[in-house]
Ligand binder design. Structure first.
Ligand SMILES: [Zn+2]
Length: 146
């Protein structure tokens, strides 16, 4: 019989399946992103399908600065180091508009916070490039401390 290796977070995942939340990979993260965007105090339009969301999670680096994106696990839960990973890493290019494939890029928490409501998409591209250059010049594998 083939041996079965348990992975970190499996217990949490099976609980979620039981509750009917996460049948497919990334579905839990997708639902949580949609909830975060559309809940009462944010109330943005949500125009991203599950299939479209899968294209976003394939992107492993920040659209602006090129840093690695610490995506959660496909079924949520803790990573190998025991850290709970969360975050949706979607940035709206135009803050006046809601979430759609056209209006969203994958961005690290650092760039997302930097851009906030103050900077435009074009301005953030410039800052992201500065951040990328600085990191490459320092030749250090740094990630944004979140
Ligand atoms: Zn970034």
């Amino acid at each position: 019989m083939k041996s079965r290796t348990a992975y970190v977070g499996e217990k949490t995942f099976s609980n979620r399946i039981r509750k009917g939340f996460a049948r497919r990979p990334w579905e839990y993260i997708f639902n949580s992103a949609r909830y975060a965007a559309t809940r009462d105090n944010r109330n943005y339009n949500w125009g991203i399908t599950y299939e479209e969301f899968l294209k976003f999670v394939e992107q492993k680096i920040c659209h602006y600065c090129g840093d690695n994106i610490p995506w959660p696990l496909p079924h949520g839960g803790r990573d190998a180091l025991g850290n709970y990973r969360s975050g949706h890493h979607l940035d709206r290019k135009d803050n006046a508009k809601g979430y759609s494939v056209r209006n969203c890029v994958v961005a690290c928490a650092c760039c997302n916070r930097t851009k906030g409501n103050m900077l435009s998409y074009e301005e953030m591209l410039v800052i992201g490039k500065m951040r990328r250059d600085k990191r490459e010049n320092a030749r250090a594998e740094t990630t944004c401390a979140v």
